[in-house]
Design a protein around this ligand. Structure first.
Ligand code: AMP
Length: 146
């Protein structure tokens, strides 16, 4: 079963972050520019929240707010559920499914060390299963017919 550590080897450890006192409009621009669905909110080197497109969809227009005057801290989710490098894909999937979100920031020694999305987790599971299938197929070709 793939681990968070192996997932980050493939995708890299960079995380797009934003400060809590920046506007939601700035956050949306950043998400669009970088092609991501969530930003980790960092203040004084500490993870203090997470903001995803869903927060915008559910907490701005429906509450008569505007993204240009609302601060990230007003609609971000806190505390953030995080994972460790040693977590396996199944554990990540379980937490994301149970808590109904699609992003898990990774902490190493209390510091932000990456982020995995549900897409990264699904991809790693499919690759792992593909590998197992190929190994079984090779084994079956080698084994004498009985
Ligand atoms: P998502 O499905 O990741 O776009 O997020 C759905 C909701 O869950 C949004 O309100 C996010 O702010 C929140 N959320 C996403 N990831 C996390 C996380 N790791 N810990 C806590 N809340 C989160």
């Amino acid at each position: 079963m793939p681990t968070v550590s192996s997932m980050l080897e493939n995708k890299g450890r960079h995380v797009w972050t934003i400060g809590p006192d920046q506007t939601v409009f700035d956050a949306l621009l950043d998400m669009a520019e970088h092609g991501v669905g969530a930003l980790v909110v960092v203040e004084h080197d500490q993870v203090v929240g997470i903001l995803s497109e869903r927060d915008y969809a559910r907490k701005i227009i429906l509450f008569n707010r505007t993204s240009r005057t609302t601060l990230v801290r007003e609609i971000m989710t806190a505390p953030v559920v995080t994972c460790g490098l040693d977590w396996d894909a199944q554990r990540c999937m379980r937490v994301m499914t149970e808590r109904r979100f699609r992003h898990l920031p990774v902490l190493e020694d209390g510091r932000l060390a990456g982020i995995v999305s549900i897409g990264d987790v699904v991809k790693s599971i499919i690759q792992d299963q593909q590998f197992t299938i190929e190994q079984l197929a090779a084994y079956m070709q080698m084994a004498p017919a009985g």
